[in-house]
Ligand binder design. Structure first.
Ligand SMILES: *Cc1c(COP(=O)(O)O)cnc(C)c1O
Length: 471
């Protein structure tokens, strides 16, 4: 399998070449040259497989530069009941007639990002050992991504993590999750500033090409193809649990921010998994809902990006969206470039409303969307608790609300649970008047010793800290 850039760069690459890379050299995103097709015989075989073996089958369609026995071992080591809490790994349960919750948040940091990040940690360690190389991951987090990355990379050979976060602005639980890690290869850097300051620092350091090369700086952000690929697997696993045979359609609703999660659903659908509808659920930061309703993609300014009670969906633009638009415009890299480089670069928006391609988003690719507000989240959390004795986190609540707006008779609707409620306790307290239960392993983590350095919002200070800690 070869990978290409959405912006038309002539180079073709193999999986392990793009594993440790971010954007393609022309600023595009990597995609496979084609989507492998899964026939009914394969679906029938896969239905019987445990999760780790299903992951191996799907991954091997896209990865041909890791020997199969090694890839199989990596999958087996990643997706264990010990790490993800059950043999099913992503257990499905029916909430009400035809509406299901797929549990993706029982990994080490209680958010779905563990599903991909845990695999990425093992792939990185494998590939770096094979090359005899090292990598220093520099990131910025306001919560879920940073902790998922740290728990995936802790203790891994050849990898260090330098994770910046805005000092004092994460929830006490999220801070405790990250700062209580004592592993020598994990570095928490609390920046006196806001999340945007952290992101600016990461950008500034990455733009210093000399420093980047010397200290082998890499990232683990959501545009990484390996992360997306890992997420394709749980669409298959959810499908098999929601149906008794492989001729039945299923729809999925996905709480969305950077469009990584739902893009994996798109890939699964392109491979031939019988997905009827992919519902994109957004919060008040509704760039994606606006696009699927109107055909206009309008990036928001920082001032128009709201801080909401589903913070992991607070985005001004959706960094993975370019992958879907590439397919939407018939994989025409010239057209893609004119939209994302010319139009977006110059005007901060593009308009496909009059383009026949836009109709395909719903008709051919099955996309629909909905938007939620803070009041919707509180109402959904209360209603789900009252009627089903089930607690959902604010992001999953956005998903449930959207799902109910797109139900079709006879078609199971699977809502992806993207985090556990304990991560967002303040909103649960606001909705219900009490804290959600906390898994035993997180009992008392706020009291553990913290390993964190405080630095000013200054890229030079962060560079100096990295240099000191790279021997
Ligand atoms: C990251 C995240 C999302 C958004 O996922 P994308 O892949 O960026 O669309 C939604 N919910 C939670 C809890 C998250 O951590």
């Amino acid at each position: 399998m070869n990978y290409l850039s959405t912006r038309g760069h002539p180079d073709r690459k193999r999986f392990c070449e793009i594993l440790l890379e971010g954007l393609a050299p022309d600023g595009g995103l990597y995609l496979p040259e084609h989507y492998p097709q899964v026939d009914t015989a394969a679906l029938a075989r896969w239905r019987e497989l445990p999760y780790a073996e299903l992951a191996f089958e799907i991954l091997s369609l896209y990865i041909d530069d890791i020997p199969p026995a090694d890839l199989k071992a990596i999958c087996a080591k990643t997706y264990t009941a010990e790490v993800f809490g059950s043999d099913e790994i992503v257990p499905l349960r029916e909430l009400e007639d035809g509406v299901y919750l797929e549990a993706l948040s029982n990994g080490p940091t209680l958010a779905f990002k563990d599903m991909a990040m845990q695999l990425l940690g093992n792939l990185f360690e494998y590939e770096l050992a094979r090359r005899g190389a090292e990598l220093n991951i520099l990131g910025a987090t306001s919560g879920d991504t940073g902790s998922a990355a740290e728990y995936a990379m802790r203790g891994k050979k050849g990898v260090r993590v330098f994770m910046t976060s805005p000092d004092g602005r994460m929830s006490p639980f999220q801070q405790a999750q990250m700062f209580s890690l004592q592993d020598q290869n994990i570095h928490n850097i609390a920046i006196s500033g806001v999340f945007d300051d952290c992101q600016d620092i990461v950008k500034a350091v990455s733009n210093d090409l000399g420093f980047k090369r010397k200290y082998r700086i890499g990232t683990v952000n959501s545009i990484n193809w390996a992360r997306l690929l890992a997420q394709v697997v749980y669409y298959f696993a959810g499908y098999f649990q929601a149906t008794a045979s492989n001729d039945k359609p299923v729809s999925f609703t996905v709480p969305s921010g950077n469009f990584g999660n739902v893009c994996a659903g798109h890939v699964a659908r392109m491979m031939g998994l019988p997905i009827q509808t992919l519902v994109v659920a957004t919060n008040e930061n509704d760039v994606l809902d606006e696009f699927f309703r109107t055909g206009i993609y309008r990036v928001r300014a920082a001032a128009d990006t709201h801080e909401t009670s589903s913070p992991s969906m607070d985005i001004s633009k959706a960094s993975n969206f370019e992958r879907f638009v590439f397919d939407l415009v018939g994989r025409d890299a010239g057209k893609l470039r004119s939209l994302f480089v010319d139009e977006l670069g110059r005007h901060g928006r593009f308009d496909l409303s009059a383009d026949p391609a836009f109709r395909q988003a719903a008709e051919r690719f099955g996309f629909k969307s909905s938007r939620s507000t803070h009041a919707d989240r509180l109402a959904t959390i209360r209603d789900t608790d009252k009627r089903f004795a089930t607690l959902v986190d604010p992001h999953t609540a956005d998903g449930l609300k959207a799902a109910r707006e797109h139900l079709a008779p006879g078609v199971p609707m699977v809502v992806l649970e993207t985090a556990l409620p304990i991560k967002f306790a303040a909103t649960l307290v606001e909705a219900l008047g009490h804290e959600p239960a906390r898994p035993a392993r997180f009992e008392g983590i706020e009291a553990l010793p913290k390993r964190v350095v405080k630095l000013p919002a200054d890229a030079e200070a962060v560079k100096a800290y990295i240099a000191q800690n790279c021997d």
